[in-house]
Design a protein around this ligand. Structure first.
Ligand SMILES: NC(=O)c1ccc[n+]([C@@H]2O[C@H](COP(=O)([O-])OP(=O)(O)OC[C@H]3O[C@@H](n4cnc5c(N)ncnc54)[C@H](O)[C@@H]3O)[C@@H](O)[C@H]2O)c1
Length: 270
């Protein structure tokens, strides 16, 4: 019996794929043979991902969508189906952090925004994709959650709540749709080297250098001792959507360099 990690003939929608992890997933899905719909609120960034794919001979389109908006999420899925003749894979990757401070200091509107993009966006895109998966009795969904959905983290109430909800939504969807051969899995990334680079424009030099140093120090304390590159998450997303993962559904897969396996023990190793 052979297994295949290829996605030849499949069509994948990747939300938030103008940058970071989503951008890497879109490129990796294309390299595995899939047609890709790149989607983001940032058109220029999304078009860059499309060009990266088409320059290598892949097939990709860009559809602008704020995943928290019902009509835009619906249009994303329907445009994909019209363009490529169907949809096989949905990666709910678009996500925002957005709040700082402890919970009593968080603006209700900021809380709603994080839940709106991370959780409602996942709900909406999934809702509109599932009828197409039901019709073909096949579908693969990967939700990009976070290690912060598995543990508490400082001053990240809305983010932690949204990612924890995505994790259990993943399990719940696996229950409701398993008999329809729709597989739903989640990835929990740890420290991934992504958007901090783009924050250079908004932070001053000193603040930026401090933020980079803080993140590198935190990553250095984890078992693998470093941040990951986005491709290291993308490879796992491709696997979960391939026939190689045919018996996986409801799985919560950490891609975190081991950081949720232990305490941040720092100097006190024994
Ligand atoms: N980078 C990390 O260390 C890390 C760790 C754990 C989980 N994650 C998760 O991985 C996912 C991707 O994160 P990243 O680090 O690549 O972030 P990023 O900021 O580099 O990229 C996210 C992309 O999503 C887009 N986006 C934001 N709001 C959107 C909306 N409403 N609709 C559609 N697109 C929207 C942004 O424009 C951006 O292009 C997120 O869900 C994030 O929570 C990241």
């Amino acid at each position: 019996m052979s297994t295949s990690l290829a996605l030849e003939g499949k069509t994948a929608v990747i939300t938030g794929s103008g940058n970071g992890i989503g951008r890497a997933i879109a490129n990796a899905m294309s390299d595995a043979g899939a047609n890709v719909t790149v989607s983001d609120i940032l058109e220029e960034d999304g078009q860059r991902t499309v060009k990266e794919i088409t320059d290598r001979g892949g097939r990709a389109i860009f559809v602008a969508a704020d995943v928290s908006q019902t009509e835009q999420a619906s249009n994303l899925i329907e445009t994909t189906v019209k363009t490529f003749g169907g949809i096989d894979i949905l990666v709910n990757n678009a996500g925002v952090g957005g709040t700082s401070g402890r919970l009593h200091e968080v603006d209700p509107e900021a809380f709603d925004r994080v839940i709106g993009v991370n959780l409602r966006g996942t709900f909406l895109c999934t809702k509109f994709a599932i009828p197409h998966f039901l019709a073909k009795h096949d579908g693969r969904i990967v939700n990009i959650a976070s290690t912060y959905g598995l543990i508490g983290a400082p001053q990240a109430a809305a983010y932690c709540a949204s990612k924890g909800a995505i994790i259990n939504l993943t399990r719940q969807l696996a229950v409701d749709y398993g008999h329809d051969q729709i597989r739903v899995n989640a990835i929990c990334p740890g420290y991934i080297d992504t958007s901090l680079g783009r924050r250079k424009a908004t932070l001053g030099d000193v603040e930026y250098a401090a933020a980079v140093a803080r993140r590198e120090k935190a990553a250095a304390m984890q078992p693998l001792g470093r941040q990951a590159q986005p491709i290291e998450v993308a490879n796992v997303a491709v696997f979960l959507c391939s026939d190689g993962a045919s018996f996986m559904t409801g799985s919560i897969v950490t891609v975190d360099g081991g950081c949720t396996t232990t305490f941040n023990y720092g100097e006190a190793s024994n």
